[in-house]
Design a protein around this ligand. Structure first.
Ligand code: DLL
Length: 447
């Protein structure tokens, strides 16, 4: 059931609401944020030229570099005395990206996160173990406020502390977990090591996001933890988590809270708007934010939009699962590859575990990719009984069974993605686990 009737408006009603909010936000940024006044002026645009969403293509884009150039407070549309919260996301280089909220923004955030939790089937009867990190990262407090708004009991355990997570899952009877998908798998592994009987855990749903993951990973998590795994998406610059989420009824695309966040898909190379169904870069205008609204923010995330009404009754447009950021795309011998595509091929082999890291090296003028992936403990045991000579400690890569599996994976990658990669099989529990966002790529190429 949708949390708010605004999730099921007719397209006509929604467009009217969006157009009103878009006009207002254009006024707000033009008269309050010098950066935007300059951008509008350069295009010869006045806020009054924007009559509705049909005119959005006339507006300038905002990029991450604009946030950095205006660090820390240059893009605020409200005086600091009216700001009640500041978050930041760590960039790969230098200063973090700063985002600010007024009291009303915090209210909007709690509302969209309540929608996310409700879409995942959470009610006031649930106990929500919130394993997103609390702090500058928006995951922890975002999920916290949403869960409270729904009326659930929130356990603010934050990320990390894996053994304690398991203890609380058992003792507090948590029914919903919020975490990155990679951390959920880590919790499962540790629970197995601790020989925990999963029947003692009441978990039924997980709300997973903050990093790219695949359908294959969803299946692994659902089978192992015996829960429904829901994809939730967002980014600090726009609000944090709460931009879009799947519903438990369909688990088929993430409903974008379009009444607050106007989505467009563009060709990242040309900036041209693309129609529904076409894959491109997601661009979002945060129409109802007060402290730091952004106009046509280029998220860097690649997806497509589907306008069909969903089985759950929500009319909000759905975005396809994010394959990855345009910046994370690897170009292997001219072929564009997202780490998540490698993940989905790896997990087709039942003998490998969902723990991997992709290394990229430069040899001469060519990029070489080596995928390190763990075999499952079951495969390891079978190998030990079949190949008596195998010294499991040294994990000899030339061993017949390993060579067969390695070739099978390489062939799958070649057939499905169309590139040649090197594969290094690793014994169980040797690839570093993540308690937050997983680091899937180690790029050793000279900058
Ligand atoms: O990761 C907000 C968040 C917290 C979302 C908790 C979901 C759950 P940032 O740290 O600013 O904010 O990172 C945002 O993470 O642009 C995407 O590239 C990636 N991302 C977030 N959710 C997903 C997802 C939070 N479900 C960046 N699938 C975004 C794929 C995701 N990528």
């Amino acid at each position: 059931m949708p949390w708010n009737p605004e999730e099921s408006l007719s397209r006509q009603e929604l467009t009217k609401l969006q157009s009103e909010r878009l006009q207002k936000v254009c006024e707000r940024v033009y008269f309050r944020v010098p950066f935007y006044k300059k951008k509008f002026d350069e295009k010869g645009l006045k806020p009054s030229d924007i009559k509705g969403v049909q005119d959005i293509g006339r507006l300038p884009f905002t990029k991450k570099v604009d946030l950095r150039d205006n660090y820390p407070y240059g893009l605020l549309a409200e005086p600091l005395e009216d700001i009640v919260r500041i978050h930041a996301s760590s960039g790969t280089t230098g200063k973090p990206t700063v985002v600010a909220y007024t009291q009303n923004d915090i209210g909007t955030w709690a509302e969209v996160m309540a929608r996310t939790l409700a879409a995942g089937g959470t009610t006031k009867d649930d106990i929500v173990q919130n394993a997103y990190g609390y702090g500058l990262f928006t995951g922890g407090l975002g999920a916290h406020y949403g869960a409270e708004r729904v009326g659930a009991s929130v356990i603010p355990i934050s990320g990390g502390n894996t053994q304690k997570q398991i203890m609380l899952l058992q003792d507090f009877g948590s029914t919903v977990i919020c975490s990155t998908p990679s951390f959920a798998l880590y919790i499962y592994d540790v629970a197995c090591e601790m020989k925990i009987n999963l029947d003692t855990i009441k978990l039924r749903v997980g709300l997973f996001g903050a990093e790219p993951w695949t359908e294959e990973m969803r299946r692994e998590i659902e089978e192992r933890l015996r829960i429904k795994a829901i994809d939730i998406y967002g980014l600090s610059e726009i609000i944090g988590p709460g931009v879009s989420s799947e519903c438990i009824e369909a688990q088929s695309g993430l409903h974008i809270n379009e009444d607050h966040f106007y989505p467009e898909i563009i060709n990242p190379a040309t900036g041209e708007q693309l129609p529904y169904g076409r894959e491109g870069e997601l661009v979002i205008t945060s129409m109802s934010r007060e402290a730091m609204p952004l106009i046509r923010y280029r998220t860097g995330d690649m997806t497509s939009l589907n306008p069909e009404t969903c089985a759950c009754g929500r009319t909000l447009v759905r975005m396809r699962r994010v394959l990855g950021r345009a910046d994370d795309m690897l170009i292997i011998r001219g072929v564009n590859v997202f780490p998540s595509q490698v993940e989905s091929v790896l997990l087709r082999s039942e003998e490998v575990a969902p723990h991997y890291v992709i290394e990229v090296n430069r040899r001469g003028r060519l990029d070489e990719v080596n995928v390190n992936v763990e075999v499952t403990p079951k495969f390891m045991e079978e190998m030990a009984t079949k190949v008596l000579s195998t010294d499991l400690k040294t994990f000899v890569q030339e061993e017949e069974e390993l060579v067969r599996l390695k070739h099978e994976i390489q062939k799958n990658v070649k057939d499905i993605i169309g590139v040649n990669i090197e594969v290094t099989l690793k014994p169980p529990n040797t690839i570093q686990r993540s308690e937050g966002k997983a680091r899937r790529v180690i790029d050793n190429r000279p900058k």
